[in-house]
Design a protein around this ligand. Structure first.
Ligand code: AMP
Length: 433
């Protein structure tokens, strides 16, 4: 019997991997330009790590975790996000004792949530993100927001909608929570069952509700702006001013509260709406946190982080054709002509591999028509035709498969010529897009 993949998981094969690797490389490179280096932490952690960090009132901990007992009767969980593991390792290794602040880490890897699978929502997905720990300032908050913005730019995203909000400090949030509790208690009888639950555990969560009827009630709810302490107000205004001066456009969204319990002060999300009006939801999100490090047994240090869903990014990049070179192209497809010495052709193919170009050869000579078909199937930029005559004269016939132009190149010059024509062809393809 055929065994199907687990619901909400997906295989990523061959050609798509090129796209994923290209995206992951660009994200890691952007993180590196800001001084963030990758931390790799385990996929399985003690369940307690997430109930203490992501929070018992979050949807993630309440109903979405893959939690199981191992053979030693320990409660373990497949990580639903990667921030908690990063903070745990910072605390375990006491990185705060030996490093200048902020400690900067990036991460990439799979996460697991038992959610209802739908477009852009999986049960196993991958996240890329960064964390900056130990500096409590709008400067580092803005650095992380800008890092995310530039990561999207490096993937050729143009119309990025950055939504930001502030949740304020502890005092602001406590006061606001009470105001919300009072307000929603009046209206809760008309709201969805999830909201009834949210009111009991954390009324802030109600602001996240997507049910249309509830939206009308939510629109009239008290606003966080009216409950911010002067410190939080000042911090947020410094944040938006700095974003302005960096020319990073944003929309203030008072209902943005994020689904994880650890956030305070600034929170943000990156959204993208395609040219034909399709919304892809939040591509990435993040915020500042005040107590996470302490909650996980470390000193009282603040932090800020963000994370992107790789699958969502890949979907947009593919849909909108944002990366022209993220397809499994071959630079050269080598075609042996007639009864040419196939070992010599093989040597040439090997030489091209050693130069670092993707190339493949036909292992037997076929009709030219069949060979050109194969080249096209492999998305080759150029065909190299090589028969006895070429071997004898030590030349190669190179055909541009887009323009159909054909040139003859001395074998000795191939290294230089290859470099130029492949680069030029990729630029042309990009412009033609
Ligand atoms: P969060 O950790 O909930 O703040 O989510 C950060 C980003 O991870 C989101 O903006 C999505 O791009 C991605 N993400 C979260 N949950 C899922 C999921 N179930 N499937 C795919 N991507 C997800």
């Amino acid at each position: 019997m055929e065994v199907k993949p687990v619901k909400g998981t997906h295989d990523i094969l061959g050609a798509d991997i090129i796209l994923y690797q290209r995206i992951e490389d660009a994200l890691a490179k952007t993180a590196h330009t800001y001084g963030y280096l990758e931390f790799r932490t385990p996929i399985i952690e003690h369940t307690e790590l997430f109930s203490r960090s992501v929070g018992d009132s979050s949807d993630i901990v309440r109903k979405e975790m893959y939690t199981f007992l191992d053979k030693g009767n320990r409660s373990l969980t497949l990580r639903p996000e990667l921030t908690a593991g990063i903070i745990r390792t910072i605390v375990n290794n006491k990185l705060y004792a030996s490093q200048d602040f902020p400690i900067k880490a990036s991460y990439i890897g799979p996460a697991f949530r038992y959610e209802r699978p739908q477009a852009g929502r999986f049960r196993q997905f991958s996240q890329f993100g960064v964390e900056a720990v130990g500096l409590d300032s709008h400067l580092i908050d803005v650095e992380v927001i800008s890092l995310g913005y530039n990561a999207l730019k490096s993937l050729n995203f143009i119309d990025i909608t950055l939504k930001i909000n502030t949740l304020g400090d502890d005092e602001s949030r406590n006061n606001y929570r009470e105001a919300l509790r009072a307000y929603f208690s009046e209206h809760i009888k008309d709201m969805c069952s999830d909201c009834k639950e949210r009111l009991k555990i954390n009324p802030l969560r109600i602001l996240d509700c997507k049910v249309e009827e509830d939206q009308k009630i939510i629109k009239q709810a008290p606003r966080i702006q009216d409950y911010l302490t002067s410190d939080s107000k000042e911090r947020f205004s410094k944040t938006v001013n700095l974003l302005d001066s960096l020319k990073i456009k944003f929309d203030l969204d008072e209902n943005l509260v994020r689904g994880l319990d650890y956030y305070s002060e600034v929170v943000f999300e990156y959204h993208y709406i395609s040219r034909d009006g399709k919304s892809f939801g939040a591509l990435g999100a993040g915020g500042h946190y005040s107590h996470l490090v302490e909650e996980l047994g470390g000193p009282n240090l603040a932090g800020v982080g963000l994370s992107f869903g790789i699958e969502r990014l890949a979907q947009v990049v593919e849909n909108e054709k944002l990366l022209f070179d993220a397809f499994p192209f071959l630079a050269f497809y080598i075609m042996p002509i007639g009864d040419v010495n196939i070992e010599k052709v093989y040597e040439l193919n090997e030489k091209i591999h050693r130069l670092g170009y993707p190339s493949e050869m036909a292992y037997e000579s076929k009709s030219l028509k069949a060979l050109f078909k194969k080249a096209e199937k492999r998305s080759a930029l150029f065909a190299i035709l090589i028969g006895d005559e070429e071997l004898e004269k030590e030349v190669l016939t190179i055909k541009n498969l887009r323009t159909k132009e054909q040139t003859s190149v001395a074998l000795a010059d191939f290294d230089n010529v290859a470099n130029n024509i492949v680069e030029e062809e990729l630029v042309e393809l990009n412009e033609e897009r």
